[in-house]
Design a protein around this ligand. Sequence first.
Ligand code: CDP
Ligand code: MG
Length: 139
Amino acid sequence: MNQKTLAIIKPDAVQRNVIGEILCMAQERDLVPVAAKLIHLTRERAQGFYHVHRDKGFFDSLTEYMCEGPIFVMVLEGEEAIEGWREVMGATDPAQATQGTIRKRFGENIERNSAHGSDGPDTARFEIDFFSGDLELEG
Ligand code: CDP
Ligand code: MG
């Protein structure tokens, strides 16, 4: 099924100038960027994006990290794009991630893990809507 997912190259990876390499990995998986922008989140927006994790112990540190520098936000489209992008990213913890995944190659630790991807269709809809103003998406 053709799908869209919300993908983010996180601040650690943008700072290390590896956006291009990560885009290549999406391309190899036939995931096509249909919208993209560099965005510098405020703390409030980072907290809104990760609202689902507000009760977790890592929430404050995570939301501080997500606004320490620009992020590269993309809508990726392709066959089973949601699951496909999560496979390209690898496990949340880079130490557990498979060889050749983004998080294995670029992630520093379980927090600074270089990439985000929606985890299901409802999340993808919420997350694409969250950035629709920045990305100038219609409707
Ligand atoms: O990003 P993913 O869906 O794989 O993982 P998550 O469980 O939804 O957590 C969101 C983000 O919080 C992760 O990508 C990490 O950046 C961070 N996190 C953390 O700092 N410490 C944890 N124990 C779990 C997640
Ligand atoms: Mg998640």
